[in-house]
Design a protein around this ligand. Structure first.
Ligand code: KIV
Ligand code: ZN
Length: 513
């Protein structure tokens, strides 16, 4: 990290791979995590919280591999206030050029009740665990979870203990999204004024968006003296999510006159990361989301369009290219070659190796045979499908043929490959999608419940691709599946199979006890 000590420099700590991935259904594969970490590193994120190593073997492996590969960012692993957790986090991050251990404990009355510790007992735990962590690593972050509902005096006391025990960053989490901008600032000011040693460490702000104030709360904490913002791409995170990286970074850039802070973020990489995170998490970005929503730069009303034609700054406070939205008029079609496809995908944030391009090109040609004009959104949908870890998938669709119409029963003839074995069946149902899902259930019996089934047209026209999203639940574990095809029933089958494959990955993940 360079120049992070300068007064107006704000450290960007990205927790998409930890707090973001924790949101139900947002499971990412190992390779997806590595890819996102690489992009975050390239974008200039100062600290990447790569996971919760004690949570599962998969989390541990991902944090360790990201640590080995990171070039510029500090790599951080989360741990509870337990020496075993801390050791595991250290084993994962110690491979990084710049490792950090982040350890936390809930300090509010609500959270103290869970381990049933009184204030003094908890203070001892904090002293012991932070000391243990600091003996392993020089860069220690400590969080009093639910800080914004912790009594002021107790918060000052435990922060002082953590600083004395060797914490170098103190994070103030608004765990349940309860605070408001004025209070967020007040807490940081109080800590800076009252806690001995507060000037020697960095205060961080970590906000959740339950009341829609995460961005405002984070920026307000910075105004009061916090110098690290914890955030996620697209605001991904449990419940209503976390502070969105793109919002705080662009707010500080666009309104630098009143928020004179600097970050190291290359903002032109924002859009690609946003798309990548939406793709792998299965959490689509809402159209009117600030900065990265599809409509964020669209001006439809006549007055706005007229103004924009005369001068862009009539209605535009930032330029699309500032966040990496390319001016792309080039529509692809069946005569487009491999080089054009590669260039276009690169514009859209997918820099493909030759073997990947070969596979995508075959799929692109197949799509172009069915659809005259291929738009950016079609290509992004194609990439979403490619992102499903096909070679590691337990279940793959070999073929599907559906009979539907006014006179039933609707019938699906389906062939799947399950763990290398070919199986097939014919099933009926209440409509073609129901028949298709019944066929999957016959071939792969499971207890997972379909919670959500949604169909969206990717572009306009009757030959448009449909993107189908499904959400499935099994024993409290949730997985999202997504797929696109010009045939809605095929897209439905692939989305359902995609969710089942992810559920199988989830089955192997054991949560920390
Ligand atoms: O929201 C929260 O309190 C957290 C902590 C683990 C930092 O994510
Ligand atoms: Zn959090």
């Amino acid at each position: 990290m360079t120049d992070s000590n300068s007064q107006d420099r704000v450290i960007i700590f990205d927790t998409t791979l930890r707090d973001g991935e924790q949101s139900p259904g947002a499971t990412m594969t190992h390779n997806e995590k590595l890819e996102i970490a690489e992009l975050l590193d390239e974008m200039g994120v100062d600290v990447i919280e790569a996971g919760f190593p004690i949570a599962s073997e998969g989390d541990f492996e991902a944090v360790a591999e990201i640590s080995r590969r990171s070039k510029n960012s500090v790599i951080c692993g989360l741990s509870r206030a337990k020496t075993g957790d801390i050791d595991r986090a250290w084993d994962a991050v110690k491979h990084a050029a710049q490792p950090r251990i982040h350890t936390f404990i809930g300090t509010s009355p609500q959270h103290r009740a869970i381990p049933n510790l009184n204030m003094d007992e908890m203070a001892d735990v904090i002293h012991n665990t932070v000391t243990h962590a600091r003996n392993l690593c020089d860069n220690i972050q400590w969080s009093p979870m639910d800080a914004t509902r912790t009594e002021d005096d107790y918060l000052c006391r435990v922060v002082e203990i953590a600083i004395k025990a060797g914490a170098t960053t103190i994070n103030i989490p608004d765990t349940v999204g309860y605070t408001a901008p004025a209070e967020s600032a007040k807490i940081i000011k109080m800590l800076l004024e009252r806690v001995p040693g507060a000037d020697d460490i960095i205060f961080a702000t970590h906000c959740h968006n339950d009341l829609g104030m995460a961005t405002a709360n984070a920026l307000s904490a910075v105004d009061a003296g916090a110098r690290q913002i914890e955030c996620t791409i697209n605001g991904l995170g449990e419940r209503a999510g976390n502070t969105a990286l793109e919002e705080v970074v662009m707010a500080m850039r666009v309104r630098n006159d009143i928020m004179p802070y600097q970050t190291r973020i290359d903002t032109t990489k924002i859009m690609n990361l946003s798309r990548m995170v939406a793709t792998v998490s299965g959490f689509a970005v809402q159209y009117n989301k600030a900065i990265v929503g599809k409509n964020a730069f669209a001006h439809e009303s006549g007055i706005h369009q007229d103004g924009m034609l005369k001068s862009a700054d009539t209605f535009e406070i930032m330029r699309p290219e500032d966040v990496g939205i390319a001016e792309t008029n080039l529509v692809m079609g069946k005569h487009s070659g491999r080089a054009a496809l590669r260039a276009k995908l690169k514009d859209l944030g997918h820099d493909l190796a030759d073997n990947q391009l070969k596979d995508v090109f075959v799929r692109f040609k197949a799509l172009a045979d069915r659809k005259k004009e291929i738009f950016d959104d079609d290509l992004l949908a194609l990439m979403r499908d490619t992102a499903s870890d096909a070679e590691h998938d337990h279940i793959q669709l070999n073929s599907l043929r559906v009979v539907c119409g006014t006179s039933g029963p609707q019938t699906a003839e389906m062939a799947l490959e399950i763990d290398g074995e070919d199986v097939s069946t014919t099933a009926t149902g209440d409509g073609p999608v129901d028949a298709t899902f019944n066929a999957i259930k016959e071939l792969f019996p499971h207890g997972a419940r379909l919670q959500l089934y949604q169909v969206h047209a990717v572009t306009e026209g009757t030959d448009a691709q449909a993107t189908v999203s499904v959400r499935m639940e099994e024993d409290g574990k949730i997985a999202q599946g997504q797929s696109s095809d010009t045939d809605t029933v095929v897209a439905s089958a692939k989305a359902y199979i995609n969710a089942l494959n992810k559920l199988m990955v989830r089955r192997m993940k054991t949560k920390p006890s």
